[in-house]
Design a protein around this ligand. Structure first.
Ligand code: NAD
Length: 392
């Protein structure tokens, strides 16, 4: 484990949970005292403030990167040099160029590069994706994902040089990948239009943003992110398909509500702003945030020599979309997503997915009125005339 902070502990909690056969062996932290504390808490045999010493150990098969964004590339380089599989937290890079170099490094070294995008592994997400893949909501037309909270917990997030940006690079990466999964990873993201602003904090980066991502098949992805939201962590997705709809609420108001005067109250959930009054706790946070399913998929992929659901290539595509979003936020225009070595389809938008009613008419709308009357609104395929047909 490289890093011993916030996400390193979430990951370690997940790896040490239940009766997992995967063993966390050693930890690197630049601060030896923190490394030692982490090693004691998780009963690890080895800790060090020397990253290479941890990565190159013989008993280490896989390295997990839990370091600030500006340190991901050097850590991936150390793993490539030592030929150790590497799992990197999000965002993969601060920019697409950085992410592409990381992708190239793992591919040249012949190691697995797993992208730790936990929100694409939550139980609700995996179940809803199965429905989408089985055709349960038809063609996905629009997929929106929102992540907003009162702002990150460490200084480096707020420093543009170390983080690479604000809420967009920090939270937008999750939302972009969630929407991209629903729309279909084989579909090319083409253009981005984005609004980004610094609404509250004295920082160079944006603390709020909204973006639209146009896909080659006509579908639209949307992200909404903020570090200014008050009241906890708002994690919601909405998907609209030709045959159905999905709404997911991952965190606040998930059906678990609790009141306490505050006596004896401690930690409630990530980014909860209070531990008294009416609260919205999360049952098993490590599982509900996707960490458990994510590590299972990653380690299975390494053992079976297959690809995990989320790879460094996916991390690179996400960074490419974020780059285009930053360009659009400045220009105020739709900006092209620049992708080097696209690996998906070249599908083009083939127009509206209109249903046929019979050989002469398209079906526009089926309606049941309060009077109980049923009617169909149809359009003639040749003349274009729109007509109403009463149904008995
Ligand atoms: N849901 C998620 O997937 C999720 C959630 C939070 C953070 N993250 C990601 O995890 C990474 C780490 O974030 P965090 O929240 O754990 O941050 P953190 O500040 O809690 O921990 C960062 C760790 O890196 C170490 N570190 C900081 N500066 C360093 C330096 N210059 N040299 C060496 N080590 C240094 C710190 O000592 C600490 O161990 C980031 O890339 C972040 O985006 C992912």
């Amino acid at each position: 484990m490289l890093g011993s902070g916030f996400i390193a502990r979430f990951y370690a909690d997940s790896l040490k949970a239940q009766r997992a056969k995967d063993k966390l062996i050693s930890v690197y932290s630049r601060n030896t005292e923190k490394a030692q504390k982490f090693a004691e808490d998780y009963k690890l045999n080895f800790y060090s403030d020397d990253m290479e010493a941890v990565v190159s150990r013989e008993d280490v098969d896989v390295v997990i990167i839990s370091l600030p964004n500006n340190l991901h590339e050097a850590a991936v380089a150390a793993c490539a040099k030592a030929k150790k599989h590497v799992l990197c937290t999000k965002p993969l890079g601060r920019t697409a160029a950085e992410a592409k170099r990381m992708l190239d490094m793992v591919e040249e070294a012949g190691i697995m590069g797993g992208y730790l995008e936990d929100l694409c592994y939550t139980p609700k997400f995996l179940k809803s994706m199965k429905t989408v893949k089985d055709g349960g909501i038809g063609k996905v037309l629009w997929a929106k994902s929102r992540e907003a909270h009162p702002g990150p917990h460490s200084d480096w997030f707020w420093d543009h040089e170390q983080s690479g940006g604000g809420a967009m690079v920090d939270l937008g990466c999750h939302c972009i990948e969630i929407a991209r999964n629903y729309i279909g990873k084989e579909i090319r993201p083409v253009e981005v239009m984005c609004w980004a602003a610094t609404q509250v904090h004295p920082i160079k980066a944006e603390d709020s943003a909204i973006g639209l991502i146009k896909y080659a098949n006509g579908a639209m992805g949307q992200f909404e992110v903020s570090w200014c939201f008050r009241g906890g962590m708002d994690l919601r997705d909405e998907v609209m398909g030709t045959e159905g709809t999905i709404w997911l609420n991952n965190f606040l108001r998930t059906g678990f509500e609790m009141f306490t005067t505050g006596k004896g109250a401690g930690y409630v959930a990530e980014k909860a702003e209070s531990n008294s009054g009416w609260l919205f706790p999360v049952g098993d946070e490590v599982h509900e945030l996707g960490y458990t399913n994510m590590f299972t998929d990653m380690f299975n992929a390494i053992e079976n020599k297959t690809e995990p659901l989320e790879t460094f290539y996916d991390g690179y595509i996400v960074n490419a979309i974020i780059d285009a979003a930053y360009t659009s936020a400045k220009s105020g225009r739709w900006e092209t997503v620049q992708i080097e070595g696209w690996r998906g389809d070249e599908t083009a938008d083939n127009g509206p997915t209109t249903a046929s009613y019979d050989e002469n008419y398209y079906l526009i709308k089926k309606e049941i009125l309060p009077s109980g009357e049923h009617k169909l609104i149809l359009k003639h395929k040749v003349t274009g005339e729109v007509v109403v047909k009463e149904v008995e």
